[in-house]
Design a protein around this ligand. Structure first.
Ligand code: ZN
Length: 219
């Protein structure tokens, strides 16, 4: 799943208005931001196998530290506690952030083959394989994304032109990347895949930037 994760971040703003969209982007994609570093370090493994599923050529061989349920519960708790300590946020905001981190696992279980570990080893792996059913997977992901963006757009109001145009430019950009992932060629190598995944850090920065140009909507 790709834009479905961002849907959760956008939608979470409705429940934690004081948390920046950037922090929510970091939370929703924490698993996929940790993952390329572990792949590059040789700790986690992925293979490029065109046809692995109808929608992605990636075969996730071993990724217990970035993508198991137990690991994401730990990452979510660590992120929530550090966020609360660093920003003196409300408990509700910290809990929302932690839940957004764990939501990554739930959404990935929907789309992945049964390769999503529950424990930080490979003993139990789950996945509903929606990636083999594009006619279901694509509308589900786009609907989720639309709902999340709608919640964010209603929970906030632009403070200036950047807040107005920037949000829709970001939404358009995410949709283009989603389409490019579906239609583009497989990545040339695992290293290229991992390095391009690091570009998602930029989206975290863009999330902070746009959120600074929007303010909570009046009730
Ligand atoms: Zn993931």
């Amino acid at each position: 799943m790709f834009i479905g994760h961002y849907a959760v971040a956008f939608g979470a703003k409705r429940f934690a208005p004081q948390v920046s969209l950037g922090a929510l982007f970091l939370a929703c994609q924490l698993a996929d931001l940790i993952w390329p570093n572990l792949v590059l370090a040789g700790i986690e493994r992925v293979a490029i196998e065109p046809g692995a599923t109808a929608m992605t050529p990636l075969s996730f061989v071993h990724y217990p530290y970035s993508h198991s349920l137990v690991a994401l519960l730990v990452w979510g708790a660590l992120f929530a506690v550090s966020y609360r300590l660093l920003t003196r946020s409300s408990l509700a905001a910290a809990v929302t952030i932690g839940a957004v981190v764990v939501s990554h696992w739930v959404l990935d279980v929907l789309t992945h083959r049964p390769d999503m570990p529950v424990l930080p080893n490979d003993s139990v792996r789950l996945g509903l394989s929606l990636w083999n059913y594009p006619a279901l997977a694509i509308p589900i992901e786009i609907t989720l994304f639309g709902a999340g963006v709608w919640l964010y757009a209603r929970a906030t109001t632009p403070a200036d032109r950047i807040g107005r145009i920037g949000l829709w430019a970001l939404v358009g950009f995410l949709l283009v990347v989603f389409a490019a992932n579906l239609l583009g060629p497989p990545p040339p190598s695992v290293a290229a895949l991992a390095w391009s995944a690091q570009a998602m850090w930029l989206l975290v920065a863009v999330g902070y930037w746009i959120d600074r140009h929007r303010k909570p909507a009046p009730d």
